[in-house]
Write a protein that binds this ligand. Sequence first.
Ligand code: S3P
Length: 176
Amino acid sequence: MPQGPIPVRRLLFLVGFMGSGKSTVGRLLAGRLGWTFEDVDDEIERLQGRTINQIFAEQGEAHFRALERERLEDIAARAADAPAVVALGGGTVAQPANLDLLRAAGGVTVWLECPLEELRRRCRGMNNRPLFRDPASFEQLYRRRLPYYQQADFRVDADRRDPNDVVEEILRCNVF
Ligand code: S3P
């Protein structure tokens, strides 16, 4: 049987707070690279046949985190699949074991950094984020999350109008 290097799937994970543009930028970036795009939250909703809001309301955040973890394990296990850009949820890397898993899978993490005011502006009026309750708790959560996002391999400024600019900046990082 031919022996060769163990294949490692090329995986680029976008991390960042709610509203930082992970899904929008991820889809565009995957298009530019010719890679597939996976959105962890969309995948959870599709497999569950219900929204993130419903999952939180019916079974709580801990259950959502378990579903999120399952998705990451699935992504990590598919070494033979096409390379992918993966948009994580805003809280994914705030579970330290998740970041370990992404790294063990050979994934590179890119943080879409965006100031609080801009995130607040983008999320205002949205009702599909159970952890976006009021400005004070939004800010508290943002501050609690920062140390986790700062552990990402790369940081790009996502405080831009055009997501295509963010994509260009990521491509300039030469992450692989
Ligand atoms: C969450 C962010 C959401 C989603 C869930 C929990 C969080 O993803 O995963 O509502 O903990 O910050 P987005 O960052 O895509 O909004």
